[in-house]
Ligand binder design. Structure first.
Ligand SMILES: Nc1ncnc2c1ncn2[C@@H]1O[C@H](COP(=O)(O)OP(=O)(O)O)[C@@H](O)[C@H]1O
Ligand SMILES: O=C(O)[C@H]1O[C@H](OP(=O)(O)O)[C@H](O)[C@@H](O)[C@@H]1O
Ligand SMILES: [Mg+2]
Length: 357
């Protein structure tokens, strides 16, 4: 619970359920907000403007040089501080460019997260999105920045740091629940955002999440394929189109409760990713997580760019048990997926209802 004068926002992890990563390539996806994990950002009024490093995620003190190097090898150079800073930067510039006046006041931003780091569960955008929510409330401008625009601001904050990413994470995290997203180029260029259609979360079959301690950098994973796509590589372009169509077909399958079709689409989604990105970029352990699910007859694919897998056991609880046993042998964690419903409030919904083109 936030103290008086302070503001806290929790944003959940997300699962790219179908169609990812075509969001990075003008495609379509279906994604959901995953309540199993979340990041929380706290904003407290303060005399000076302070961005507080997290005691473990932004570790600055080490036992030894070996400790420092081990840490860099396993988690990279960065934690959440740069994300909070970039969120402030993008927010202020958006307000300036759009004539949104901000009162003169300072604050301290700090964060907490239990989203497994860099596992394709969108730990990065959860932090940025929670920070944006704090800023919207602190400056009382929630009604002036439309819901559809917010995912693009979250993405801009990460792009400014050189992180190659798409909009699907940010849309799922801004909207909550289950969302069908269409990032068609014309619309996105014209309006600065895609077309986002919330879906009923009760249409989803029971899903499972598999993950391992295995950080992967989404920017690095995407950079080569992105370059090939930009250079007009025919194979990448046609494969991405097929991936984008899986989201369309998946929406139909969900609405018709055709879950065996849905399972086929999930598998096809990963197979296409594998053929475009190649085994090396995807990583052996990540591929193993997909394969262990397939071994028991479950459908499986990445939730994001790698590190976690979403699995669907069409045969029900007995198949889930088999999945759990196989994952335990390999040291993978399995959890039932819990979907976080939308948390948009009345002010947010008004920005949607009155101005959506
Ligand atoms: N759990 C976390 N705690 C702190 N910072 C994080 C965390 N997860 C991601 N980040 C930050 O976000 C950046 C990009 O992460 P990314 O590769 O997109 O992973 P994810 O799949 O979790 O979003 C990282 O380099 C790091 O700066
Ligand atoms: O490759 C993907 O499916 C996604 O990769 C990124 O998400 P991450 O959680 O950081 O792995 C990217 O931001 C998404 O837009 C892609 O769909
Ligand atoms: Mg990310």
């Amino acid at each position: 619970m936030a103290e008086r004068g302070s503001i806290e926002h929790e944003v959940h992890a997300r699962i790219g359920l179908l169609g990812n990563p075509s969001d990075v390539y003008s495609g379509r996806t279906i994604s959901l907000s995953l309540s199993n994990f979340s990041a929380t950002v706290r904003l407290e009024p303060s005399d000076r403007l302070v961005i507080e490093p997290h005691p473990t995620h932004d570790l600055m003190h080490f036992d030894s040089i070996d400790h420092l190097v081990d840490r860099l090898d396993s988690e990279g150079y960065y934690g959440g501080v740069r994300l909070l800073m970039s969120a402030c930067n993008v927010f202020l510039k958006h307000c300036r460019e759009n004539g949104i006046q901000l009162r003169m006041a300072n604050f301290k931003l700090s964060y907490e997260t239990n989203i497994p780091r860099q596992t394709g569960l969108s730990g990065s955008s959860a932090i940025v999105c929670a920070a944006l929510n704090c800023l919207l409330d602190f400056y009382d401008v929630r009604h002036l920045i439309r819901v559809e625009v917010r995912p693009s601001l979250v993405l801009a904050a990460e792009n400014a740091l050189g992180i190659v990413a798409g909009l699907q994470d940010r849309v799922a995290q801004v909207y909550g629940g289950l969302v069908f997203m269409d990032f068609n180029k014309e619309h996105t260029e014209k309006f600065g955002h895609g077309i986002y259609t919330p879906m009923d979360i009760n249409l989803l079959p029971p899903l499972h999440l598999i993950f391992a301690e295995n950080p992967s950098d989404s920017g690095k994973v995407h950079s080569t394929v992105r370059q090939r796509w930009l250079a007009g590589d025919k194979f990448i372009i046609s494969s991405m189109e097929e991936v984008a169509n899986l989201a369309l077909e998946g929406r139909k399958a969900l609405l018709e409760k055709d879950y065996s079709k849905f399972a086929d689409l999930m598998n096809r989604n990963f197979d296409l990713r594998r053929s475009m990105f190649g085994e090396d970029a995807l990583g052996e352990l990540n591929i193993k997580m997909v394969e262990v699910a397939r071994k028991v007859g479950a459908a499986s694919k990445f939730t994001g760019s790698g590190g976690a897998v979403v699995a669907f056991c069409p045969e029900g609880p007995s198949q889930v048990k088999l999945l759990e046993n196989e994952c335990a042998k390999l040291g993978f964690v399995v959890q039932p997926v819990q979907v976080a419903p939308s948390r948009l409030n009345d002010i947010d919904l008004k920005t949607l209802a009155t101005t959506t083109p």
